[in-house]
Design a protein around this ligand. Structure first.
Ligand SMILES: [Zn+2]
Length: 440
């Protein structure tokens, strides 16, 4: 702790001190080491998205700076404030297989890559960030002989009880890559889903991918797509663990430095808009067959200016205007005496609350359908989380601010009774709008 004349807990912490110091220095691009970095958005000091807590922990809650930058050299959009992995992975509650739509998605995904690239009985596939095996099992079902999963989260991988799957309980990187090549030889395919955007040492992991892949091998990864963030103003997708926001242009510049290239892309309607990238080594048979989808997306991204800082400066200006509009609406409804609760206490809610400065004068509490969150408080903003049963009670809120706005249709269906009883839903994005029951 610093011994300064601090007036609040947050300014007392040596962490905030360090953050101020870091804000004065220009960050280095995680992909290309360039210092030609430009600030897109500064969210301030933000609590970790997954850090739901009880009041007795409020005093020692930790805050970390959260800033989004654009690299002029390689077009990578990135969070530059990296939180130590031991802090991030401390509580890891996310089990992919528990979500039905994800299970179906990965089953299809496994069938598709097998049919397209793999000679099933002899093929070898590695997935890093394999979570609870939601993709590994369907790959084994396809008859792939060597299926390897790498993941550091012990409590999650330990649930994979399948003799067909080899588990390496570790962070994937060059050391693990060497061990795997020594034991299995080089592999036909490496896969990564929703993790290639989360890895601090992106250069090391990309070298590791290149090391384990055969010359004609394919690296397939799915990540949230930058174009969706820009088109739908999804600034609420920005949080500490989500370090990178890939465009095709930035992916091409990145893989070029490893003698690799993107030869196909496929939009995936999951997590509010993902993109699947197919990557190969230059000089491989796939590299000679760049798809029409790649050429088309490249054209579109150049037309949208994803290679220019100006595009992202305009984006941050639109986001600032969105914040003013949302806060003005909340203030007006409150001045009329309305009760407002937030719906969906996710990391995305955390980012929006933090950026917009939504406070306890504007919002009463949060509602979430996950029973595990009931009774906890949101990180940083400390709104209490209730179960959706409160919507059936006489003092139900007049409005729900739907932070889980990308699931709006589902939420509207599930809460038809609330809407029919006169409740309303406020959608913050892609534009601020109010929805009540449709006339019968
Ligand atoms: Zn760069």
């Amino acid at each position: 702790m610093s011994g300064g004349m601090a007036t609040s807990h947050r300014s007392e912490s040596s962490l905030a001190e360090a953050a101020r110091l870091r804000r004065d220095t220009v960050p280095v691009c995680a992909f290309c080491d360039s210092r030609k970095m430009h600030l897109i958005m500064d969210f301030g000091d933000v609590a970790l998205a997954g850090g739901f807590l009880k009041p007795e922990r409020f005093a020692d809650e930790r805050f970390f700076p959260l800033r989004l930058f654009f690299c002029e050299e390689c077009f990578a959009v990135q969070v530059v404030d990296k939180v130590p992995a031991e802090v991030l992975f401390h509580d890891y509650f996310y089990f992919s297989s528990s979500i039905g739509t994800l299970r179906d998605h990965f089953k299809q995904y496994a069938a598709e890559v097998t049919a397209r690239f793999l000679d099933a009985p002899n093929a070898s596939v590695l997935e890093f960030g394999c979570n609870d095996g939601v993709l590994l099992r369907p790959l084994a079902d396809q008859g792939i002989r060597t299926v390897i999963g790498v993941d550091p989260a012990t409590n999650v991988v330990s649930t994979i009880d399948d003799a067909r799957v080899r588990i390496v309980n570790d962070f994937f990187g060059e050391a693990v890559a060497q061990r795997i090549v020594a034991e299995h030889g080089k592999l036909d395919m490496v896969m990564a889903n929703n993790v290639y955007a989360h890895i601090p040492d992106i250069q090391g992991i990309t070298r590791a991918i290149s090391q384990v892949l055969k010359d004609d091998g394919v690296f397939v990864f799915e990540v949230h797509y930058l174009g969706k963030v820009i088109d739908e103003m999804q600034y609420d997708m920005v949080y500490h663990e989500h370090l990178y926001y890939y465009s095709l242009l930035s992916a091409l510049a990145h893989f070029d430095r490893y003698d690799m290239t993107v030869f196909d892309v496929k939009p995936v309607p999951i997590h509010a808009g993902s993109m699947r990238f197919y990557v190969c080594k230059k000089g491989s048979k796939h590299a000679r067959q760049e798809s029409e989808a790649v050429r088309e997306l490249k054209r579109r991204e150049l037309a949208q200016g994803f290679d220019r800082y100006e595009t992202f400066r305009l984006f941050s200006r639109s986001v600032a205007a969105h914040k003013d509009e949302l806060c003005a609406l909340l203030d007006r409804l409150r001045s009329e005496g309305h009760r407002i609760a937030g719906y969906g206490a996710s990391g995305r809610a955390n980012t929006m609350i933090q950026y917009c400065g939504i406070n306890h004068q504007q919002l009463d509490y949060m509602i979430d359908d996950a029973p595990a969150k009931t009774g906890f408080y949101t990180p940083g903003s400390h709104f209490q989380i209730h179960s959706s049963k409160v919507l059936e009670q006489p003092d139900a809120p007049d409005h729900l601010l739907v932070f889980a706005w990308s699931f709006f249709e589902e939420i509207r269906r599930r809460n038809a009774d609330y809407l029919n009883a006169g409740g309303s839903m406020i959608l913050p994005l892609p534009r601020v709008s109010i929805h009540s029951a449709r006339p019968a």
